[in-house]
Design a protein around this ligand. Sequence first.
Ligand SMILES: Cc1cc2nc3c(=O)[nH]c(=O)nc-3n(C[C@H](O)[C@H](O)[C@H](O)COP(=O)(O)OP(=O)(O)OC[C@H]3O[C@@H](n4cnc5c(N)ncnc54)[C@H](O)[C@@H]3O)c2cc1C
Length: 459
Amino acid sequence: MTYTPERPLRVGIVGAGPAGFFAADALIKQDVPVSVDLFDRLPTPFGLVRYGVAPDHQKIKSVTRLYQKTLDDPRVRFFGHVSYGQDLTLTELRRFYDAIIYTVGAPSDRPLGIPGETLTGSISATEFVAWYNGHPDYAELSPELSMGSVAVVGMGNVAVDVTRILAKTADELLQTDIADHAVEALRHSQVRDIYMLGRRGPAQGKFTTKELRELGELTNADVVVDPADMELDPISEASLAEDPMVAKNIEVLREFSVRAQTGRPRRVHIKFLSSPVAVLGDTKVEGLRVEKNELRDRGGVLAAVGTGETEVLPVGLVLRSVGYRGVALPGVPFDEKRSVIPNERGRVTASAGGTVVPGEYVAGWIKRGPTGVIGTNKADAAESVRCLLEDAPGLARVVDTDAAPESVERFLEAKGVQFFSFDHWLELDALELEAGRAQGRPRVKLTRVEEMLRRNRVT
Ligand SMILES: Cc1cc2nc3c(=O)[nH]c(=O)nc-3n(C[C@H](O)[C@H](O)[C@H](O)COP(=O)(O)OP(=O)(O)OC[C@H]3O[C@@H](n4cnc5c(N)ncnc54)[C@H](O)[C@@H]3O)c2cc1C
């Protein structure tokens, strides 16, 4: 069956983060006539580029200009504030679209699985990041910043971001688009010591060198690394020759470990070979028991094994940063083991390795798990779109009247869903940028959905 400009292939994309935008872009950059609707549960587009990427890394956020261009194309529409599962069900989507692509990301986190993890003051980096970036779901978070110490569990770039934000001064943060509520809370922060904990050694840190270096450039904090942690075992030593990034990380960390302390107000302790074993306290966090590990060779892979030697860090806040996690969507297959939508090169399957579900595709973190940078989602989405286009001639087409672009709009209006269009977003964007200009900041974010809708006269 062929598609024409009058009756294009109708694709509904659920999730307007990087994967959703890269998928939309791949669809409009090929020859089959298409029309694409991008849905997001939030009024604002761009997913983790707006709500994950650190506010002091503005350059990275400039990728949104490309996404905005995609939305400028008349074949692509944005429907913000439409939540799949709530405002739009699978049956409803199937009525309007010949094909659906799920690009909902991985919004949850992995637990540590240790006692005391649910005490007040023990939260995920996912929540903390969303809070300081002004995600509307986390505007009320109020993390505990009145104690002198914080533990950040994890050694990836997210852990580094969180550590850096905790270490910076309010004046430094005020040069960014960090949420106003976060900068106010951080201005009154009593935190002096930030412990970043990794269960394995320095050669196994998951951070990239650029991000690591930034910890050594903080104006408000000294960085502390125990020189003893920098004595590498033979396997770690050998990995330096194999992986240039590991070698660079070690070079930076060795320099940190011999630095003299300069008495800056805060200290960032990068502690390797340290596993949290219990969060301590009655109702709220009063400390974190940490066990010293040693590395053992398990068939060429280094495993961290507890030595039994423990210490208690006197922290009032524990931020776990050991990975994001996908969440099941109603009616869509889910692989509980990997927390992804099972798929074959982007074609949704009924189970891992199971039969293909016709007309349903997946891209981004919910397809492959929470790994990779923004750019990784481009090739990933392109692969899914290639499969979709291969399948397109054989897909069950929705009836032509329902495929008309105005049908879904009318349907949402009749259902009372107050969707946020691209024009609404442009107005909100202009408003935030203008407020930013007045304060010498990149933007000042609105952080409440009701306010976004009210300011744009959607309500
Ligand atoms: C803290 C952090 C910092 C990062 N920093 C960088 C960085 O500096 N540089 C870099 O290159 N990469 C960075 N990344 C990685 C990058 O953000 C991801 O690779 C990318 O965002 C994944 O894209 P995605 O589209 O799969 O998911 P997301 O970006 O999470 O987008 C998913 C979208 O789906 C929407 N959605 C979810 N559920 C529904 C639903 N039911 N209905 C409708 N919509 C829904 C969400 O609101 C969201 O907008 C960072 C990631 C994190 C977590």
